[in-house]
Design a protein around this ligand. Structure first.
Ligand SMILES: [Ca+2]
Length: 125
């Protein structure tokens, strides 16, 4: 009885660990974006990295250079929330991207982002 119970507990621990790591393991491309950075990719599913910005502190980029109107998926690997704007100078519509989260598709925002902000906190989104 004791041995059987012990195996049962070990099995539960393994299942819990697998569940926690699944979101990251499901998308290997997320590793292209360094910890602390906000990243945008040319294609859906974090494919073909275009830009990597920010560093866990408040930051604004009023233009996105070559990435302008080309981003299709995004990740925020920083500790602060951030926003993706459809126009330059933080104008237009915003996709709010929580800290440590990503979008495999930005939906109707596809190929629209032109500026970004990294907020000074993780409670804006
Ligand atoms: Ca735009």
């Amino acid at each position: 009885m004791k041995t059987k119970a012990g195996i049962g507990i070990a099995g539960i621990v393994l299942i819990a660990a697998g569940t926690l790591s699944a979101p990251l393991a499901a998308n290997a491309a997320l590793s292209q974006c360094n910890t602390g950075k906000a990243c945008g990719w040319l294609n859906n599913n974090l494919d073909a990295l275009l830009i990597e910005r920010g560093s866990n502190t408040a930051y604004t980029s009023n233009t996105l250079g070559d990435a302008n109107d080309r981003i299709s998926s995004v990740a925020n690997r920083g500790s602060k929330d951030m926003g993706w704007y459809t126009d330059i100078n933080l104008q237009g519509s915003r996709l709010c991207n929580n800290s440590n989260s990503y979008y495999n598709s930005v939906g109707s925002f596809n190929d629209t982002f032109s500026s970004i902000i990294v907020y000074s906190n993780a409670v804006t989104c």
